[in-house]
Design a protein around this ligand. Structure first.
Ligand SMILES: Nc1ncnc2c1ncn2[C@@H]1O[C@H](COP(=O)(O)OP(=O)(O)OP(=O)(O)O)[C@@H](O)[C@H]1O
Ligand SMILES: [Mg+2]
Length: 316
């Protein structure tokens, strides 16, 4: 064992996983993978599922730091991060503010526009402006619940009048919907680790888009790492991911999803403060390509958290 990993040896780490969002199952997979990796590095790991506590108000127990492997509302929106801050427990990843900004796609897109980051034209639909938007916003477009991930609740509309009933139904369920112009082209995702962008991944889903089944069923999407694109485009996409990471006030790691249209113009769809974290997920895949195996990646994120915690207690 190297000297570096020895420093985590005696730490008690709570891996937060599960939760109550629709992405619970994915989070359990992420958390279990992380727990295994950290245990292999000599940490004493306990699994903490916020769903076991009323109102997701966790009892964290006696831990030195938390690895947050939660996805979606309650875990990736700043809620759990605020609890950890109140308890003075160092934790991996972004602050409550960065999480809240990036989980809300509509808010994030407003920040992108203010910062000159290209993102597809969109509207926020409610029952009040439903008719007006359907009339004025040209199809094809994507309909998205503003706060979910894993493509849950997302669908494409080719013809607004044919999809009217479906959109109404989604509106009843989610109250607000993001209506976003469809970008025809290629899809990429770019991870950020520390202050650097990871290799670009191109996704070639075998379905109409990168939907839930495609994301989590083996063989339904081809992944190309590094993306087979000119070096100038690689640099452009990496710069964009770093800019997104900065303007959304993200910390330590993130993953930005980008479409590139037929004319080579990139459009940022969204950023994830806590992207999928199984050994086969996209950020771990890109990190592995950059020479950072999964265990090292988990260890690195934990070290950022522990270092932050030590710096804070030194100030007190
Ligand atoms: N405007 C768009 N134009 C073309 N394709 C789109 C658009 N918006 C979404 N998609 C497709 O839908 C997928 C899911 O969209 P998006 O990344 O916004 O949602 P998500 O559910 O938050 O994803 P994640 O699992 O990364 O959190 C994208 O990966 C892409 O394949
Ligand atoms: Mg996405």
């Amino acid at each position: 064992m190297s000297r570096k990993s020895a420093s985590l040896r005696n730490l008690k780490i709570g891996v937060l996983l599960g939760g109550t969002s629709p992405e619970r199952e994915i989070s359990i997979k992420s958390g279990q993978a992380v727990a295994q990796a950290l245990a292999a590095r000599g940490c004493t790991v306990s699994l903490i599922d916020p769903a076991d506590f009323p109102g997701n108000r966790c009892v964290f127990g006696d831990i030195d730091a938390a690895f947050v492997a939660l996805h979606g509302e309650g875990g990736e929106d700043g809620f759990i991060q605020k609890q950890l801050e109140r308890k003075g427990i160092p934790y991996t990843g972004s602050s409550p503010r960065g999480c809240a900004l990036s989980l809300d796609k509509d808010k994030a897109k407003k920040v992108f526009r203010r910062s000159g980051i290209p993102t597809p034209d969109s509207r926020l639909m409610t029952t009040h402006n439903f008719e007006r938007i359907l009339k004025s916003f040209p199809a094809p477009f994507f309909v998205k619940p503003p706060q979910d991930g894993s493509s849950l609740g997302i669908f494409q509309v080719e013809n607004a009048s044919e999809s009217r009933a479906g959109i109404r139904q989604a509106l009843r369920r989610y109250r607000r919907l993001l209506i976003e112009r469809k970008i025809e082209g290629r899809e990429f995702t770019v991870g950020v680790l520390g202050s650097k962008a990871l290799p670009v991944i191109e996704l070639r889903p075998k379905a109409a888009f990168y939907d839930y089944q495609t994301k989590y069923t083996k063989g339904r999407c081809d992944y190309h790492v590094p993306a087979p694109i000119p070096a100038a485009l690689t640099r452009k996409l990496q710069r964009l991911a770093l800019a997104v990471h900065k303007v959304l006030e993200l910390r330590d790691f993130s993953r930005t999803d980008i479409m590139v249209d037929g004319q080579g113009r990139p459009f940022v769809l969204e950023a994830n403060a806590i992207p999928g974290f199984t050994a086969l997920s996209l950020v771990p895949k890109a990190a592995a390509h950059a020479g950072i195996p999964f265990e090292n990646l988990c260890e690195r994120l934990l070290k950022y958290a522990v270092r932050r915690g030590r710096a804070l207690s030194a100030k007190r």
